[in-house]
Design a binder for this molecule. Structure first.
Ligand code: ZN
Length: 189
């Protein structure tokens, strides 16, 4: 069980200094690592020793807790879902790059003479402009915004007789509603 999963910040603020005082210092009980500079976010976590997930003030005493560094905490409490971390990273990337990329795509289409841009241009220029790998654009954002499965996307694709693929809008009033909280399909799908 992740000891932080149901420990409120109120509970953490209550227990952390008391546990530090009780163990005579801010250090990891696993390896001895000391707390870093006070101006930084703490590198030590409050750990419920018996892992029962109960951090309430009424049910516990200071002896039920210890401080652990992230490393020792991970050893004691291995995450059951290692993909959680990956998803968070992917969501971060989406927040940073997805919205600007797709807004730029829409602006390029609206600003173009014939209301469309080449898919290859979108990938290469989008990759360069927003620091996203071409593979991520081709796999993730293609799937989310440009494939036939992207039914709510304002964009659509067509390929001319020379096999050049273009991106255009399904209709001129299309609104771009970027939902970066919905995970994009994995590039491994
Ligand atoms: Zn440690």
């Amino acid at each position: 069980m992740n000891p932080m999963s149901n420990c409120s910040s109120y509970q953490n603020k209550y227990w952390y200094p008391r546990v530090a005082e009780d163990q005579h210092g801010e250090f990891c009980r696993g390896c001895g690592l000391e707390a870093n500079d006070k101006s930084l976010p703490t590198n030590l976590l409050l750990d419920k020793i018996n892992n029962d997930g109960d951090h309430t003030i009424k049910n516990n005493s200071v002896k039920d807790f210890q401080l652990l560094c992230h490393h020792c905490n991970k050893i004691k409490n291995p995450s059951k879902k290692p993909e959680d971390r990956e998803m968070t990273q992917s969501e971060k990337t989406n927040l940073r790059s997805e919205k600007p990329l797709m807004e730029w795509c829409m602006a390029e289409i609206r600003g173009s003479k014939d209301g469309q841009i080449k898919f290859d241009y979108f990938v290469s220029e989008g990759s360069f402009k927003f620091d996203i790998s071409p593979e991520t654009i081709e796999r993730r954002y293609y799937k989310k915004y440009l494939s036939v499965h992207a039914v709510s996307s304002p964009f659509t694709l067509w390929t001319d007789q020379f096999n050049v693929t273009y991106i255009l809008l399904k209709n001129r009033e299309s609104i771009l509603d970027i939902d970066t909280h919905t995970p994009t399909p994995s590039i491994n799908d």
